[in-house]
Write a protein that binds this ligand. Sequence first.
Ligand code: NAP
Length: 266
Amino acid sequence: MTDRYVVIGNPVGHSRSPWIHAEFARATGQDIAYGRLEPALDGFDAAVDAFRAAGGRGANVTLPFKQAAFRYCATLSPRARAAEAVNTLVLEGAQTHGDNTDGVGLVRDLQTNLGCELDGCRVLLLGAGGAAQGVVQPLLDAGVATLVVVNRTAARAQALAARFPRITGGGYDLLDGAAFDLVVNATAAGLVGALPPVPASAFAPDALAYDMVYGRDTPFLAFARERGVRASDGAGMLVEQAAESFFIWRGVRPPTAAVLNALRRG
Ligand code: NAP
């Protein structure tokens, strides 16, 4: 019998997850169907309950439901607990297990696809929302030397930093000329064509600028390129986090390179 999965978000019509998982299923010979669910903003729990009752086996969760998913789950992986957000649901009978694959997706894209050495790396993280929350622990686990989090609303970055050892958080004024080997834009600024107020001095020579937004050229990526800094969008993170969810559900690790290339070609 075909096992059913969905991505849950609002809005969710733009999501490439159904296409990515269909490609993974074809490459690995797995018999799955993967669709979309768009509950009302206060309808997350009811939508998951109904999907489970109809035989659903698992789900990805995107904006704005990652915190609702965190609260919904009976059990959580250590990385979901660290992120305080869930992007992967495993539906097992009446129980739901929650995981978060965003961070491992970013780390795998950086290390495997982009050849970025994280061990000893000085990292600047822009933003303190759900996406930033999800990547802090995996970046620390990868051995980064320093991690600084700055956010438009400084208090959110301070609160995020306070939850982890060895990281500093505050407003953009905290930067004060410091240089980083990797600058990750985890803000939603690029979605509205805005540039977070990151100074050019934040990019060390040979730095990598990474924008989690994908499928468009953001002002952050253009700003970095204009200063001779290597820049990447978040398409690889999207594909790698999906691959980790697929592995959690199916026990098979799908190949990602061809899917990422096809996604980039549009
Ligand atoms: P979120 O929880 O809504 O947080 C948004 C963050 O962006 C906050 O830190 C916010 O600052 C900041 N921000 C928004 N507009 C800004 C602006 N004009 N200038 C400076 N900062 C601004 O969203 P999220 O879940 O963290 O997602 C952030 C982005 O990551 C989204 O674009 C999402 O598409 C992307 N993402 C990509 C992947 C992937 O697989 N590639 C995975 C997850 C997320 P304040 O706190 O001051 O409001």
